[in-house]
Design a protein around this ligand. Structure first.
Ligand SMILES: *Cc1c(COP(=O)(O)O)cnc(C)c1O
Length: 355
């Protein structure tokens, strides 16, 4: 039996003809970096989100690194362990230590009720993640950050176009950082966007993405080259109008998945906060091995034998990865939901063109 192969995701991209004019222009003027298209995508996104400042960078990872650096953070940072590696790695590049907080077993986002018990004097910031595009509990996180005078950042890699209380993600906390890589909602090929209402922070990040050079060759700090190129900016500009219809299509795929899978024993779904709209960057199911009759890995093997890709996001969780092994013994007992979700989750194909 031959099965059509179904990938886990595919980017929704504009046609070449839509980019042709701009690409021809930058090739003929030679302005292929430090040009107007990066400024244009920054303004378009500021308007789309309703946020004052947008700084485009070459990846979300570098955006996180530069946001932490420019905020001048010290000590320890609260992060989930149930996330992508880059959330954690951004701390190391700034000499910061993670404090891993468990996730909620239903939403898979950081469990806001477990943050206070892990706060110490040297915690300076909460870095939360909108897991799979499901907005984190931003209002509660803002309350905690305010109460303890903590910085609040969001790794919004999955979150472009999602909303909380009717407000588009990107203006919560002190800053949010989006990814524009091909598996995410807004695609530039590679790229990131830092969004904030704090002009001073945005200006620091603008200098930091350019080696730390404010334009005088007299550097202010140890920056990076984290600039977005004009090619990537043009692709992002042409992808921006596609985001909404991509999210609608994903919502209808999710409804269909849930309708058809919900009466199978042992399958449950990520719960979306009723105040929020997810981007459904990913669609995941949790497999209860006893009720379902097989474990998550066996199901993945069977899907693969029928040419259907699936993914185990995020497995292993950060505190169980080799690179973070020194945190394992301190944190593993504090992260039962993270372990449960990570060991039983399976992400199924979801993308605009999925038949
Ligand atoms: C993809 C991703 C990143 C990294 O984004 P890049 O643009 O590839 O650097 C960071 N955090 C999360 C949660 C991600 O999924």
């Amino acid at each position: 039996m031959h099965y059509e192969s179904i990938s886990i995701t595919k980017p929704l991209l504009p046609k070449f003809e839509e980019l042709e004019e701009e690409i021809k222009e930058i090739l003929s003027t030679g302005q292929i970096t430090n040009g107007k298209y990066v400024s244009i995508i920054e303004s378009l996104v500021a308007e789309y989100i309703g946020v004052k400042q947008v700084v485009a960078v070459s990846s979300c990872t570098l955006g996180l690194i530069l946001a932490l650096q420019s905020a001048g953070l010290k000590g320890k940072i609260i992060i989930p362990s149930f996330t992508f590696s880059a959330t954690g790695h951004s701390l190391w590049w700034n000499g910061l230590e993670p404090v891993f907080v468990d996730c909620c077993p239903n939403t898979f986002n950081i469990d806001v009720t477990k943050i206070e018990e892990q706060l110490t004097e040297d915690v300076s910031c909460i870095l939360a993640v909108h897991i799979f595009g499901n907005p984190a509990d931003v209002k509660e996180l803002e309350k905690i950050a305010h109460k303890y005078n903590l910085y609040l950042l969001f790794d919004a890699a999955h979150g472009f176009g999602g909303t909380f209380d009717g407000k588009t993600l990107g203006s919560f906390g002190d800053a949010e950082v989006f990814s524009l890589s091909p598996t995410k909602l807004l695609v530039a090929g590679e790229g990131g966007l830092i969004t904030t209402n704090n002009r001073e922070l945005a200006n620091k990040i603008r200098i930091a993405r350019n080696y730390g050079d404010p334009g005088t060759y007299n550097c202010k700090n140890i920056g990076l080259n984290a600039r977005m190129s004009e090619f990537h900016a043009i692709l992002a500009i042409k992808s921006l109008p596609l985001v909404k219809k991509n999210i609608y299509r994903r919502q209808s795929i999710v409804q269909r998945y849930i309708k058809n899978l919900s009466n199978i024993p042992g399958i449950s779904f990520q719960q979306i906060n009723p105040q929020a709209e997810s981007t459904f960057k990913d669609f995941s199911i949790l497999i209860d091995r006893d009720k379902f009759g097989m474990d998550r890995d066996s199901l993945a093997d069977i899907l693969m034998s029928k040419n259907i890709s699936s993914r185990r996001y995020f497995y292993p969780p950060l505190h169980r990865q080799d690179v973070y092994r020194k945190y394992f013994s301190q944190y593993d007992k504090l992260l039962p939901n993270t372990n449960y979700v990570s060991f039983n989750i399976l992400n199924l194909p979801i993308y605009f063109g999925l038949t």
